[in-house]
Design a protein around this ligand. Structure first.
Ligand code: BG6
Ligand code: MG
Length: 217
């Protein structure tokens, strides 16, 4: 997509894999539980889960592995996965967020931009508190206030609504292909990093969040 000359008023950040490295903890938790159940799981499958809700993620894992589970088995799988994942989260501290990330958020706020988180995770507020990032955000739209997961645009539309900013003046920052597609569906520009950047669907590809300082002026 061609970058347009937009004066962004707000930036909506994905959480896992963008603000914090919890995407690796999602991978480790799924891997541990799939290994226990002898269900094939690798990083390629893991990339398909980026931006996708916990429940949908399990459906993707099972369908890729051609495994059928009862509803009760799925429920206990999901509860165990979240318990393992939460153990990783409990170890997190403000040290888990680099100075460059904090400086970028501070600069954007100093420029008068509104900042929000737009994540499918139901652990969003817990993670933000663990790493001490809450104070940077005017709004948090997450897995607890949406009914449809990315690539549906709901999470970003709700974030823009909470901020009171028109969709076209928001920039989304994403590491998931599902998130880039969600931004597109919300008529928002998108800066992609990591896995999402490799798919070349976004308005901008960035290597690090600090590159936003040259985009959001
Ligand atoms: C997204 C992650 O941010 O949140 C997905 O990219 C994850 O991998 C989803 O499945 C749901 O997270 P949680 O914390 O509610 O299990
Ligand atoms: Mg992500």
């Amino acid at each position: 997509m061609q970058a347009q000359k937009i004066r962004y008023k707000a930036v909506i950040f994905d959480l896992d894999g963008v603000l914090v490295h919890t995407d690796e903890y999602h991978y480790l938790a799924w891997k541990q539980l799939c290994d226990l159940r002898k269900i094939p799981f690798n990083r390629t499958v893991n990339d398909l889960l980026r931006g996708v809700s916990r429940k949908e993620s399990l459906e993707i894992i099972l369908s890729r592995a051609h495994v059928n589970l009862s509803e009760a088995e799925k429920e206990s799988f999901l509860a165990e996965k979240n318990a393992v994942y939460r153990k990783f989260l409990e170890q997190m501290t403000p040290e888990d967020v680099g100075q460059k990330v904090r400086n970028t958020l501070r600069t954007l706020r100093e420029r008068g931009k509104k900042l929000a988180v737009g994540s499918s995770s139901k652990n969003t507020k817990f993670i933000l508190a663990q790493v001490g990032l809450e104070k940077f955000f005017d709004a948090v739209s997450d897995g607890t206030n949406i009914t449809r997961t990315k690539p549906d645009p709901e999470v970003f539309l709700k974030a823009a609504q909470m901020l009171g900013v028109e969709n076209g003046c928001c920039l989304v920052v994403e590491d998931a292909v599902s998130g880039v597609l969600a931004a597109e569906a919300a008529h928002m520009d998108c800066a992609a990093m990591g896995d999402a950047a490799r798919h070349h669907r976004a308005t901008y590809d960035i290597e690090h969040l600090s590159m936003l300082k040259d985009i959001v002026l």
